[in-house]
Design a protein around this ligand. Structure first.
Ligand SMILES: O=C(O)C(=O)C[C@]1(C(=O)O)C=C[C@@H](O)C=C1
Length: 278
């Protein structure tokens, strides 16, 4: 635009908007053509799954870092989540299964914000039902709230066998106060053959005796207790640890006296990224 903004008429400005919309639409269609070729390069039809959570996290981080101006980051994040999820879907169709034992509204907001409306959304009464639906599917995803109540039990134990679904992502990727779909959720899928991102590793851990100081021990290596549930043999804990901390180190810190008989990896996800705004 060579004219100064003050000289432009409403018609001129609308012509500019039409030009930009046209270009954005053309670019999205071009993106579709690239994805068409990428399907062959990635051999998506053989694996049945196109998800690359690490790539998605780095794309979302780049968007948040470069964003400025009038348009809210919420909108930009939502648009790109829908673009990426839909282009994942066109590579290999999938559904999202949500555990709505804590209510449907926040889960539906999260699924629609992160996966859009083209990807089908199915509700289930429990985490167990979601895990079964994902296990029986070709390449579907499941979502759970991190802050499940104790009544949900130790659902993460259903992810411990080798071929059972695994946690691949934690949403939202860009964390900030007042996120429009800010309910923290884990995403599960059947084990990914490549490109699982391992910034944070999740474990199902069992403690024979849980002591208050165990929280401090876990925090000392940057770990976090995400959830816990009592079982017949002690306490079952869903533990998050930084990717550079080995399971041996965790055992050393928490189970030196034999108090941790079980530590099984159940997935991993990208580093959480905090956006503080301008
Ligand atoms: O980069 C890839 O591997 C893609 O399949 C492309 C794409 C995208 O639309 O940008 C889609 C799905 C993946 O999870 C990551 C990114």
């Amino acid at each position: 635009m060579s004219d100064t903004p003050a000289k432009l008429s409403l018609t001129d400005l609308r012509n500019e908007i039409d030009r930009i919309d046209h270009e954005m639409h053309q670019l999205l269609m071009q993106r579709g053509q690239i994805i068409d070729t990428l399907i062959q390069v990635k051999k998506t039809s053989e694996s049945g799954s196109a998800f690359r959570p690490g790539r998605e996290a780095s794309m979302m981080r780049a968007i948040a870092e470069r964003h400025k101006g009038l348009l809210p980051l919420d909108t930009v994040e939502g648009i790109w989540r829908v673009i990426i999820a839909t282009f994942t879907y066109v590579q290999a169709p999938f559904s999202v299964h949500a555990d709505i034992s804590g209510g449907d509204d926040l889960m539906r907001d999260s699924a629609r914000f992160h996966f859009g409306f083209t990807v089908p959304y199915h509700t289930h009464p429990s985490a167990t039902a979601v895990i079964s639906a994902v296990a029986e599917s070709r390449g579907d995803l499941g979502i759970f709230r991190l802050d499940q109540g104790v009544s949900s039990g130790a659902w993460w134990r259903l992810l411990t066998s080798e071929n059972s679904p695994k946690i691949i992502s934690r949403l939202p990727m860009i964390e900030r106060p007042d996120h429009p779909a800010g309910t923290p959720v884990f995403v599960i899928s059947k084990p990914l053959t490549d490109a699982a991102v391992r910034d944070v590793i999740l474990y199902s851990a069992r403690f024979e005796r849980w002591r208050a100081q165990d929280y401090a021990k876990i925090a000392s290596f940057g770990g976090e207790v995400i959830a816990s549930a009592a079982d017949n043999n002690g306490l079952s804990v869903l533990l998050a640890a930084p990717g550079n901390i080995s399971p041996e180190r965790i055992r050393e810190e928490c189970g030196a006296d034999g108090g941790m008989p079980e530590l099984i990896e159940i997935g991993s996800h990208a580093e959480r990224f905090h956006h503080v705004g301008e």
